[in-house]
Design a protein around this ligand. Structure first.
Ligand code: NAD
Ligand code: IPM
Ligand code: MN
Length: 369
């Protein structure tokens, strides 16, 4: 039996609540389908800070490096508002992304048929929506130097963040977007702000060059990122794959989440480059949402983003395509059955807790096997 090493990092707030539902799936799959997942747990975010004063320890970082895949819940919350910037909860996630070189963040926004009425947009705008945001994850203003607050000495301070992109970073993320587009509707829209930003000028140029050199069979368009946000809300079905930088990707994916009914629906995969010898790649799977302090501890969080992130893990880290398809069908199935956590209840249906939703997905997966 294959051994598949997973590191679970539940984190803070609703992170552990959503992760508990994935643990149920892993246990069921090991028991009933001999999947051989071996899990280990670590601390990240505020829970790691409380335990040892760091947002992730070196020991847990090593475990992440050694795992076949990492499943990540969420980090952050008001409890840690006052902690030093370097060890704030979010620093744990950023270190994981940077040290594991997870440059490609895939954020699919799919509107499940049963949820077309749950979106804040009209059903015909979102029905059948299936788009993929490919967000650059290890560069840009998140990591550029200098990044500091300096004292100007006249009672004024200056906050500085630096947006930096090198050619190779744009080439490799656009390559991922073009490759994925070939498996879908073969269209890529690149979003930047070349009208204001030098990094945007380079972004557009390098995406166009990469397209011309290797991917001219894919349809490529360019859009200014602010207009892109507007178009996502106006008529999102015009898009197939969107490729964009770290900060724009962060914001545009929260917008895209609401097209699907709730931030609690959107999964993501953060991938490194494939090893040229083995083909395997470092990977971390994380819902797009955060720790949701406003609902944490109430048992009402939607676990689907976390569960769908595990489906992406099955697909991208373990090539378990059938199982990934089945899990996604199980999610669609429980929604078709009318089960709804509070965040997606607006169209009616039966309200269920986080745990009941997880149980229902486990049961549906077994039925579909
Ligand atoms: P958030 O995503 O935590 O919550 C935004 C809103 O969406 C809240 O009203 C919340 O209740 C709702 N929501 C989010 N996930 C949900 C789910 N699964 N089910 C039902 N409702 C859900 O964003 P925020 O409030 O801006 O940030 C809270 C904290 O989370 C901050 O500390 C932030 O830095 C952190 N954060 C972490 C991650 C991550 O760990 N990947 C991502 C985003 C934000
Ligand atoms: C996300 C989050 C993170 C980001 C934070 C928590 C660092 O908002 O994954 O979308 O900004 O990338
Ligand atoms: Mn975000």
């Amino acid at each position: 039996m294959a051994t598949r090493k997973l590191l679970l990092l539940p984190g803070d707030g609703i992170g552990p609540e959503a992760m508990a539902e994935v643990k149920k799936l892993i246990e069921m799959m090991n028991a009933d389908f001999n999947t051989g997942f071996q899990t280990e747990e670590g601390l990240v975010g505020g829970s790691a800070y409380d335990a040892h004063g760091q947002a992730i320890s070196d020991a847990d970082m090593e475990k992440a490096m050694a795992a076949d895949a990492v499943l990540f819940g969420a980090v952050g919350g008001p409890k840690w508002d006052g902690v030093p910037y370097e060890v704030r909860p979010e620093a744990g996630l950023l270190r994981l992304r940077k040290d594991m070189e997870l440059f490609a963040n895939l954020r699919p926004a799919i509107c499940y048929p049963a949820l077309a009425a749950s979106s804040s947009l009209k059903p015909d705008v979102v029905e059948g929506l299936d788009i993929l945001i490919v967000r650059e994850l290890t560069g840009g203003v998140y990591f550029g130097e200098p990044k500091e607050i300096i004292d100007l000495g006249n009672g004024q301070k200056r906050g500085i963040d630096t947006q930096v992109y090198d050619t190779f970073e744009i080439e490799r993320i656009s390559g991922v977007a073009f490759e994925l587009a070939r498996t879908r509707s073969n269209k890529v829209c690149s979003m930047e702000k070349h009208n204001v930003m030098k990094s945007g000028v380079l972004w557009k140029e390098v995406v166009a060059q990469t397209h011309k050199a290797k991917y001219s069979d894919v349809e490529l368009t360019h859009m200014l990122a602010d207009a892109g946000g507007m178009q996502l809300v106006r008529w999102p079905k015009q898009f197939d794959v969107i490729v964009t930088d770290n900060l724009f990707g962060d914001m545009l994916s929260d917008v895209a989440a609401m097209l699907t009914g709730s931030l609690g629906m959107l999964p993501s995969a953060s991938l490194g480059a494939p090893d040229p010898k083995t083909g395997s790649r470092k990977a971390l799977y994380e819902p797009v949402h955060g720790s949701a302090p406003d609902i944490a501890g109430k048992g009402i969080a939607n676990p689907i983003a976390m569960i769908a992130s595990f489906a992406m893990c099955l697909r991208y880290s373990f090539n378990m395509v059938e199982e990934a398809d089945r899990l996604e069908k199980a999610i669609a199935g429980v929604l078709d059955d009318g089960l709804r956590t509070k965040d997606i209840l607006s169209d009616g249906g039966t309200e269920v807790s986080t745990s009941q939703m997880g149980d229902a997905v486990v049961a549906k997966y077994k039925v579909l096997a």
